[in-house]
Design a protein around this ligand. Structure first.
Ligand SMILES: [Zn+2]
Length: 331
């Protein structure tokens, strides 16, 4: 569907996860066409991409470049197959390209690291294998492809009449990118800025040491940019990014307050703190015990992102006790 002149939105179905679809975009240039994100590698997703392109007047081979906002399966998973079928050049974050192999093709080491990481953060032995293998089913939805172009902050993707500036917006993933069209004041925001849900921010072996701090800095950077329309990866095109950013900053501040309440003057590990908070993977909050294994894992990693942020802002201390990382929240 053409959502603005020369910009087409394709809703790609995502079975098996809470999110129903990922929205990807075609930018129609004079000499070629750019696809932003791909969806993941299932027959339904592939058919949705192919059929929607056709309805909008494109063949697969009309796509000349693919640019990826970040390396998560629902954004990057179909890149390998589409690259083969289109001959498009593939561009992605220079920070995330080197992590692809260890994440998708040869994940044995990452699994070991993850298992050690979860143990060190208080996940008990009985839960450990379930926790560390929870993401393995997602691997089948990814056909990896080596990027032809490595993108970094300040680069330009030229698809005349569109000129997209590459903005590094880490937090949700270590090298997440947004693409900004300054003449039209449009932002292709990936998972960085979503209109209806708040992006998951996790501390884990492939994240930075302070992913929530990175995310908050990315939000503040976007706050300074003139944006008329944001084209998110999940949800409708929206304007009013400034109040949305305010709301997201407020959301995280609120969550911080809840975590401080639970952990105040207590020496606790990440798992213990996460298990005392309420979580809302669906519409209404549920206790930690009622979450699926996958959502529990996300909950622990999200709590850890908050705890790391508190450590970096001087409000908490982190110390090791019997091989487990304990946090002491002082404020
Ligand atoms: Zn994502």
């Amino acid at each position: 569907m053409e959502v603005m002149k020369g910009i087409y939105r394709i809703a790609v179905p995502l079975p098996q996860v809470a999110l129903k679809e990922v929205d990807i975009y075609v930018i129609e240039g004079e000499k070629g066409n750019l696809l932003i994100d791909t969806g993941w590698n299932t027959p339904e997703a592939f058919n949705a991409v192919k059929d929607s392109l056709k309805i909008d007047g494109f063949e697969l081979r009309d796509i000349t470049q693919i640019a990826i906002t970040h390396f998560h399966p629902d954004h990057y998973g179909l890149a390998g197959k589409l690259k083969q079928l289109t001959n498009a050049t593939l561009a992605m974050s220079e920070i995330e390209a080197p992590l692809l192999d260890g994440r998708y093709s040869n994940p044995e080491n990452l699994l070991k690291e993850l298992s050690a990481f979860l143990r060190v953060n208080g996940v008990t032995d009985s839960m450990l294998s379930k926790f560390s293998e929870a993401s393995m089913p997602f691997r089948q939805f990814v056909v990896t492809a080596k990027p032809d172009i490595l993108l970094k902050d300040g680069d330009t993707i030229s698809m005349p009449p569109f000129e997209l500036q590459v903005l590094l917006t880490p937090g949700h993933s270590p090298g997440h990118l947004c693409f900004y069209e300054p003449n039209r004041k449009m932002l292709f925001s990936g998972d960085m800025l979503l209109p209806e849900i708040s992006t998951n921010i996790s501390y884990h072996p492939q994240s930075s040491d302070n992913p929530l701090g990175d995310f908050i800095n990315s939000l503040k950077m976007l706050q300074e940019i003139d944006i008329n329309f944001a084209f998110p990866a999940h949800g409708p095109v929206f304007s009013g990014t400034k109040p949305r950013i305010e709301a997201l900053l407020y959301h995280h501040k609120n969550r911080e307050r809840e975590i401080i309440q639970v952990a105040h003057n207590n020496l606790m590990n990440g798992y213990q703190i996460a298990s005392q908070l309420a979580w809302a993977p669906g519409d209404k909050p549920v206790p930690f015990d009622k979450l699926s294994v996958w959502d529990k894992r996300l909950a622990v990693m999200e709590t850890l992102a908050h705890l790391q942020y508190l450590v970096y802002s001087g409000k908490a201390r982190k110390m090791e006790e019997n091989g487990v990382n304990m946090y002491f929240v002082e404020e």
